[in-house]
Design a protein around this ligand. Structure first.
Ligand code: URP
Ligand code: ZN
Ligand code: ZN
Length: 474
């Protein structure tokens, strides 16, 4: 069954060309100058992309569907979260399977595979959160690589929950260096943060804004520095997740300038939200923006530094860290953000974004003149495919790649609102924001799953992606 996308401008991380794209079943089989062939005769479906961009489907390498956190669960299931992702132009996620203390890595992985299987609207893979590093966990890292899980997240934050000490981190890094996997790091000094939180509460500082004020930039930059030193000693590839502080980004830039295989991502919340305007909102409203690392003070210049890092490739990826919790009671999960009324340390950490990212980065990046069209695609799709072992099956438009394609209309402007989104959460972190450019059509391996205002996919369209080990060094 053949599909033709005709008359559009095809944008990849390296090229911008007017071209037609021919798909056979789930694969791109030809790309050619418009009007120089008779592909329309052989195609059962023709999608007119005149005046539109034809781009690779977004890849979000950092989501947390159904994550247990702070006494509740992230409100999006694999079904609702991946459907919302599709609406936003994302055709692949890499979520995080969780190993809890006392559990084996393999059991944690199997549990998360079972949650996702048959429930995803788009393709999915897993990183593994290693929450209990011991001899068996280290041996199991090799087993998981053979099952397509080639990256492991460790936490320098959240003592008593996901936290690993430096020795455990170093052992895992040595293992990663020997088996070619990627170490992903939540880099915040959790021990120091816990003391600052305790002292804030003792002073009666209980509002959501204290979440950020008790996680100063130095707690992030110190941890990033330490992670780099440990990774260099171990000879491991390092990918630092959800970067928010300019001082932490300086550490990444310095390591990359020395040629180390060190990579990093940021997320829309750090590029668009601020402590002053959002986290410090009246009453308990700021809880909507509680995540870790935290949203920081605009006056300190973090946002400009992060955008500059995206432009200069000190940062390689924009993910979401999608981890939504409702402000008012969730129909099934009950109280979520409001668990932290009167005590900011009890607010579940995380916010929604999987549906927002692709279009927000187009608006803030391309429309507002910070990055090129090609860099938009590199940051939201191609780089993640390369870093996490999915390229060129995913992350580009070329012959032989999966036909994960978005037809994007740069001419539409619209206003973001929870009233129109598909994530299972009762607020939008970007409520009322006007953006230019909108996802029009989404193909997942050749199947049209979004067509304008219509969802044409089915639960279970998404397939598990067994990923390769990391193949790039810089
Ligand atoms: O606030 C966050 N980031 N929640 C999700 C868990 C994590 O640390 O990534
Ligand atoms: Zn994290
Ligand atoms: Zn996360």
């Amino acid at each position: 069954m053949k599909t033709l996308i005709s008359g559009g401008t095809v944008i990849t991380a390296i090229d911008t060309v007017k071209a037609d794209v021919l798909i056979d079943d789930d694969t791109i089989i030809a790309i050619g100058a418009p009007g120089t062939h008779n592909w329309a005769d052989e195609a059962e479906t023709v999608i007119d992309a005149t005046d539109k961009y034809v781009v690779p489907g977004g890849i979000d390498p950092h989501t947390h569907m159904e994550l247990p956190f702070g006494g509740t669960y992230a409100s999006d299931t694999f079904e609702s979260g991946t459907t919302a992702a599709a609406w936003g132009g994302t055709t692949t996620i890499v979520d995080f399977a969780v190993q809890v203390k006392g559990e084996s890595l393999i059991d944690g992985f199997d549990t998360w595979m079972a949650k996702a299987a048959g429930n995803c609207a788009i393709d999915y893979g897993f990183h593994m959160i290693a929450g209990d590093i011991n001899e068996q966990s280290l041996a199991d890292m090799d087993v998981l690589i053979n099952r397509g899980c080639t990256s492991f997240k460790l936490f320098m934050a959240y003592p008593g929950v996901f936290y690993s000490d430096d020795g455990e981190i170093f052992r895992a890094m040595q293992k990663a260096a020997s088996n070619g996997s990627m170490i992903m790091m939540h880099a915040e000094n959790g021990m120091v943060i816990d003391i600052l939180r305790e002292q804030a509460l003792e002073r009666g500082e209980t509002d959501p804004v204290y979440h950020s004020l008790t996680r100063p930039a130095a707690t992030e930059s110190e941890a990033v520095h330490r992670a780099i030193v440990l990774a260099e000693l171990a000879g491991a590839h390092l990918y630092v997740v959800h970067m928010s502080a300019k001082e932490a980004l300086d550490e990444i830039a310095e390591a990359r300038d020395r040629g180390l295989p060190v990579f990093a991502e940021t997320c829309p919340q750090y590029l668009f939200l601020t402590l002053e305007e959002h986290l410090a909102s009246e009453g308990f409203e700021g809880a909507k923006y509680v995540c870790s690392t935290p949203v920081r003070k605009e006056a300190e210049g973090h946002q400009e530094a992060l955008w500059r890092g995206l432009e200069t490739n000190d940062l390689q990826v924009v993910s979401t860290d999608h981890c939504p919790f409702c402000m008012d009671d969730h129909p099934v999960l009950g109280t979520q953000k409001r668990l932290g009324v009167g005590d900011f340390t009890k607010i579940p950490n995380g916010l929604p974004g999987v549906e927002d990212r692709f279009q927000l980065i187009y608006h803030g990046g391309v429309v507002e003149g910070r990055i090129s069209l090609n860099r938009w695609i590199e940051l939201t799709s191609t780089a993640a495919a390369k870093l996490f072992g999915m390229y060129p099956k995913k992350g580009t438009i070329q012959v032989g790649s999966d036909a994960d394609i978005v037809v994007f209309d740069p001419g539409v402007s619209w206003t973001k609102s929870a009233a129109g989104h598909h994530m299972d959460v009762d607020y939008s972190a970007y409520e009322g924001k006007h953006v230019q450019g909108r996802v029009e059509t989404v193909l997942l391996r050749g199947k049209v799953i979004i067509d304008g205002d219509e969802y044409l996919g089915e639960t279970g369209d998404g397939e598990y992606i067994a990923r390769d080990t990391v193949s790039i060094d810089h």
